[in-house]
Ligand binder design. Structure first.
Ligand code: SF4
Ligand code: SF4
Length: 296
């Protein structure tokens, strides 16, 4: 991955008029008879990405995890633009996403890279709101680092190079989403890992440095979904690709990203901060993410 600090990725322009009605009509979760491969090809056609003829079938790994289709694309559209959609209508607060993330990254219990808040709305009702790193397009955590340990990849992932981090924690103060965690103690003992210790897979964490959600960056090139997405039994969490205008959850649903967000009144969290998050929330039940209070 190339490391850069700015990006202008946007949701795709739409298209794909011949989509299955269940997809086109309101961006429903279930894509019906249109398979993921067909959906990807259709969505790609709507975007004029003829090169996506190289899209391959969805992969299913040896662990049985759902995997995002890998794409063979030419140089000019070589990058993905990663995003996430969180469908609050279906979150039951089970926190299996948090547990799966912590197990995969050998995190202490107080390090909730994806944290599930219990929120209270104006009517006094509660709901659950998972909060990963927002992978901000204008991340305030990046420029404040005095040693440039934070960086943004050309695929829109904000990562931490723990070999550079000197633990000032100034980035933690700058994050409006409180998505960063300091490693006060030694990391948990780690079994043999599938990837080397690097910003895309910072396992084990390094004492005295800052860590956070990475969208399981090392897994994405091989088509695997982030651990939280795979672990969610409700299909709340979707990994999205703004470039291909598609999003996939862990229970087999594929949606056209731009329509799914638009048709379900998707919102971003704390947009007023100007961070331009790449995580989209679907409230569904009238939740006001800006006004509702944390109930826990
Ligand atoms: S949510 Fe916080 S840690 Fe993540 S990119 Fe935005 S400012 Fe940085
Ligand atoms: S695993 Fe899914 S349903 Fe459970 S808390 Fe996380 S997002 Fe919500």
């Amino acid at each position: 991955m190339t490391r850069i600090t700015t990006d202008t990725g946007q949701i795709g322009a739409g298209g794909g008029d011949d989509l299955n009605p269940q997809v086109a009509d309101g961006g429903k979760r279930h894509s019906g008879s249109l398979g993921r491969r067909e959906f990807l090809l259709t969505a790609a056609g709507g975007l004029g990405l003829a090169a996506l003829a190289g899209v391959t079938e969805e992969l299913v790994g040896p662990s049985g995890n759902s995997q995002l289709a890998s794409m063979s694309v030419p140089e000019q559209v070589a990058t993905h633009q990663w995003a996430m959609v969180i469908d609050l209508r279906y979150c039951n607060g089970c926190k299996l996403c948090t547990a799966g993330c912590q197990a995969a990254h050998y995190l202490h219990q107080d390090q909730t890279w994806i944290r599930v808040f219990t929120m209270r709305n104006a009517a006094g009702d509660t709901y659950h709101m998972p909060r990963p790193c927002m992978m901000c397009e204008d991340p305030p955590c990046v420029p404040v680092c005095p040693v440039s340990a934070n960086f943004r990849t050309d695929e829109g992932l904000v990562l931490v190079d723990q070999s550079r981090c000197i633990g000032t924690r100034i980035c933690m103060n700058s994050c409006p989403y409180e998505a960063r965690y300091f490693n006060w103690t030694s990391p948990l003992a780690v079994a043999r890992q599938p990837f080397p210790q690097e910003p895309e897979w910072p396992v084990p964490q390094v004492e005295g440095t800052v860590g956070k959600c990475i969208f399981c960056a090392a897994m994405l090139p091989s088509g695997q979904l982030p651990e939280c997405v795979t672990r969610c039994p409700m299909g709340v969490l979707y990994l999205g690709d703004l470039e291909a205008d598609v999003a996939v959850n862990g229970i087999g649903n594929t949606v056209k990203l731009s329509e799914f967000i638009a048709d379900n009144d998707g919102v971003k969290f704390k947009e007023s901060y100007g961070t331009h998050p790449r995580v989209f929330y679907i409230p569904g039940h009238g939740q006001d993410l800006e006004a509702d209070a944390d109930a826990t």
